[in-house]
Structure formats: C-alpha cells, structure tokens
Design a protein around this ligand. Structure first.
Ligand code: AMP
Length: 281
C-alpha cells in the first residue's frame, strides 16, 4: 500500500490499476480514522478490487468559527489502519495540492442543502461537494463509499452525481455505533468523560422516535417534541436541530409516511454531534 500526496501520483497508480481491469473504489475521509471508518473500509474493500482512501481535512467545508485548526490529525495511525484493512492506496494531499491558488470554481447543490446542517453550517456543503467533485475527477472511481451517519451529505452527493453525470455509483454504508448506541465519529475525541456519558442521548432520542412510530404515531410535530424532550433531559446537551424530513427531498414533513429521516444535531458541551435514522412506514 502506497501513501501519496500528489494528484499526478494518484493518477499514475490508479491508471495502472484501471488498465489492469480493476474496479476502483474511493472512500473519502477527513482522517482521524476510527472503528466506523475501519468497518467502512472492510465493506468497501470487499466491493471493489482497488480501494483508494483519501485523508484530507478539507478547509473549504469548515466555517470560520469551526474546528478546522483543532480537527484531529494522526496520519501515521490512519495509514496503519488502512494497511490493515486492505486499502490499495492512501491519498493524503496537503491543502496546497488540492487548492494551489484561490479557487474560482465551486460545486453547489441547491435545495437539499437549505435545511438541517446546511442551515447551521453555511457553506459547509459547498465545501463538501467541491472537494468530492475534485476527488472524483482525480481518482475516477467506479464506486464511491459514504456513511449513512452523514445522511444529508449522502443525499447531496448523490444529487451532484446525478445532476453532473459523474460516471460512478455511490454506495451507502450503515452507521457504525459504540455499544451504548453513540455513532462513532472523529469528533467524539473532543468529549470529556462526562460528555461521553451524556452523548448516547442522541441515540436514545432516535430509538424513542422509532418506537413511537412503531406504536402508531404519525404526527411529525409530536415526534419532534418527543425528540426535544429527551434531548433536553440531558443537562450537557443543547439541541441545534431535531427534525423529521422526507428522506428524499429533506423537506420537513407533517405526517410520517413513506421514508422519513429523523435527523439530529446536538451540542454535547462544545462538541456538535449528528445522528439519524430512516423510518419506513
Ligand atoms: P469523515 O472522516 O468523518 O468525513 O467520514 C468519512 C466517511 O465515513 C463519511 O462518508 C462518513 O459518513 C463515514 N462515517 C464516519 N463515521 C461513521 C460511522 N460511525 N458510521 C458509518 N459511517 C461513518
């Protein structure tokens, strides 16, 4: 497994693999890899012949007051995980390799980015879609892997692929959780022991929503209220949003019908965590 920093080197190595008839997979990450990423890598490596993992803390997707500077960076440990999981190539560019000069060009998906994290993090999805489009053009994968944990990101990237005719398939892999239900995330590393104990309240709220719907609740307003009540019962939490939206359009719904996404963004102390489940009725 090679670790490369240059676009030309990715092109050379992936080009050789493609000419050898290999199916190319790409798993984009910000690094600080955890068991969730590792599980994704196992599934991804099983679904293609040559898996590229990108490790890049993309400055474009962080707001001016967000955690770009302090986002955990641990390339040596990340590379060891990739090696163990059957990754063929790690692309770990410096910011100057991805953005050698001021950008003139951005990729922006409208409407799907208006609500949820798009509302709380202006410019975030523009940063995501721009870097993902660049990675798609650099690696030219047959299949790209994304985690359901970032449900809005999945919807936005799928829409970009459709609207811009990227010749690849998006594979969505299920959310990997700790035993107490907390979705694994690089940002969990920011949590103090007390905050870590409080953090499963997101999963608790999602589970309660699932149970309410299973018991016949169909009012999205009632579900939102139930979510908030549970989240607010945790003193260390502050709700950013607790939403019930159509899983396709990401627009708020009044009735739980068809596929709905129950999506949360909650501050635990100073750390903003997200989680979601899809309910089908
Ligand atoms: P990140 O490095 O946080 O940008 O994550 C890279 C990819 O891994 C994204 O597609 C995430 O959705 C996915 N991912 C991160 N954490 C999890 C998790 N706990 N379960 C499933 N996918 C995840």
């Amino acid at each position: 497994m090679d670790v490369v920093q240059l676009v030309t080197e990715v092109r050379r190595q992936v080009g050789a693999a493609r000419r050898a008839g290999k199916r190319i997979g790409l798993l984009p990450t910000l690094g600080a890899l955890h068991t969730g990423h590792a599980r994704l890598m196992e599934q991804a490596a099983a679904g293609c012949d040559y898996l590229v993992v990108s490790i890049f803390v993309n400055p474009l997707q962080f707001g001016p007051h967000e955690d770009y500077q302090r986002y955990p960076r641990q390339l040596a440990a990340d590379v060891a995980i990739c090696r163990e999981k059957g990754v063929a190539l790690v692309f770990a560019p410096e910011p100057a390799e991805m953005y050698p000069e001021a950008s003139y060009t951005y990729v922006e998906v409208e409407r799907l980015t208006a609500g949820l994290c798009g509302a709380s993090r202006p410019g975030h999805f523009r940063g995501v879609t721009t870097v993902v489009a660049k990675l798609f053009n650099i690696v030219q994968p047959d299949v790209a892997y994304f985690g359901q944990k970032d449900a809005q990101q999945v919807a936005v990237v799928q829409r970009m692929v459709q609207d811009l005719n990227f010749p690849l398939t998006i594979a969505v892999l299920p959310t990997v959780r700790a035993e107490d239900g907390l979705a694994l995330s690089s940002r969990n590393a920011y949590l103090s022991p007390a905050e870590r104990q409080a953090a499963p309240v997101l999963f608790k709220a999602l589970t309660a929503a699932r149970e309410l719907v299973a018991a016949g609740e169909r009012s999205a307003a009632n579900l939102r209220a139930a979510l908030r009540q549970i989240l607010q019962s945790e003193p260390l939490s502050r709700v950013d949003y607790a939403e019930v939206v159509d899983a396709g359009t990401l627009e708020p719904v009044e009735l739980v019908k068809g596929r709905v996404l129950v999506a949360l963004a909650v501050y635990i102390g100073r750390t903003r965590l997200i989680d979601n489940i899809v309910l089908e009725t």
